[in-house]
Design a protein around this ligand. Sequence first.
Ligand SMILES: Nc1ncnc2c1ncn2[C@@H]1O[C@H](COP(=O)(O)OP(=O)(O)O)[C@@H](O)[C@H]1O
Ligand SMILES: [Mg+2]
Length: 217
Amino acid sequence: MRLDKAARIAKGAEAIIYQGTYLQNPVIIKQRLPKTYRHPEIDHRIRLHRLRSEAKVMSIARKIGASVPSLIGINIQESYLLIEEIDGKLLYETMDLLPIQRLKPIFSSLGSQIGLLHCNDIIHGDLTVFNVIIQLEDKPIIIDFGLGRISNEIESKADDILTFYSTLKAIQPASKILFSTFLDGYLSVYPEGKNTYEQMKKIQSRARYIAREDRLE
Ligand SMILES: Nc1ncnc2c1ncn2[C@@H]1O[C@H](COP(=O)(O)OP(=O)(O)O)[C@@H](O)[C@H]1O
Ligand SMILES: [Mg+2]
């Protein structure tokens, strides 16, 4: 694989992200790091498993027509994925820059994208405002399937949308309006998603109950 690695752009707990070019196309190299506290053999096996799982979920999502970057390659030896680079800004940055009227269609479109994933039993696993890139013409692209999996469990789907709502609420005062726009999009593609939403509310009220129990006064 002829690859030109350029600048490192991010470093998370699990992976380092580089920008590069491959056959003259801009690409992202997502490399999983060794964990020195694990036995090297076991560490290699775990990283390989995660790498393959992320590649698989991303490819299935792409196959069903969801807006996700295309997977260009996988390097088992050096434990990285080669992913199409999306030109745009992360959703959380966009939220600071755009007025609510322009954000609404973005949230509706993102909701329908998540509806499409859930309708096909694809769980994102880390659906935050940091894992969506807004491309030119306000098109949301979903990234980071590192915790993704295939499951038909309502609980897992509810976790996805609750995670999304929680990160949204933490940074945006108009989160309720935007979340309900997101939900409209979600339900338009995935009518059964009303069960996901009911489950999300159940998890939320359980969390509230625990929070009340935890109060010290
Ligand atoms: N396909 C991509 N196009 C453009 N930027 C990307 C792409 N994939 C990842 N990034 C950038 O790298 C960051 C981390 O990537 P991500 O897949 O979310 O890994 P992590 O598991 O470390 O969160 C993203 O927040 C984004 O800024
Ligand atoms: Mg991420």
